[in-house]
Write a protein that binds this ligand. Structure first.
Ligand SMILES: [Ca+2]
Length: 145
């Protein structure tokens, strides 16, 4: 009786561990979204969304390398290292012209990688169809702040 109880406990612990692994894998693959389409409404709940054109318009695959739209639910230190399909993708650095913060937190966008240079702070659930000229086409990283 004691053995089966311990076995039951062990399988519960194992199930919890497996659950954690699955959750981790799921959130890792769901962290970045590419090509979510046009419009502020296309930004998933809990995500930070950026478009290469103003008014939440997803531009074309710029110079066959940069994305037209990108969304993430976590800090992103180097938008130039994002990869959608292949290593030739050059992410979405220095082209964002509209953003949506679909999180309940403040989000800071930065001119340089790793949260450096000019900082543009956006409040929870704010939508910016155009960006101030000093940060337009310059965002390279962003984080919760
Ligand atoms: Ca742009």
């Amino acid at each position: 009786m004691k053995l089966s109880k311990n076995l039951a406990k062990l399988s519960l612990v194992t199930a919890a561990a497996v659950g954690l692994l699955v959750t981790g894998a799921t959130s890792a693959s769901a962290t970045n979204v590419y090509n979510m389409g046009h419009g502020a409404g296309s930004c998933p709940s809990g995500y930070i969304c950026l478009w290469s054109e103003g008014n939440f318009i997803e531009g074309t695959f710029y110079n066959n390398a940069k994305f037209g739209a990108f969304a993430s639910d976590q800090n992103t230190g180097d938008m130039g290292k994002l990869q959608k399909v292949s290593s030739t993708d050059k992410g979405m650095q220095d082209i964002a012209s509209s953003v949506v913060n679909n999180t309940g937190s403040h989000i800071c966008f930065y001119e340089h990688n790793n949260y450096g240079g000019a900082e543009f702070k956006v409040g929870p659930h704010e939508q910016w169809p155009s960006l101030p000229s000093w940060i337009n086409d310059k965002i390279s990283s962003f984080k919760y702040c």
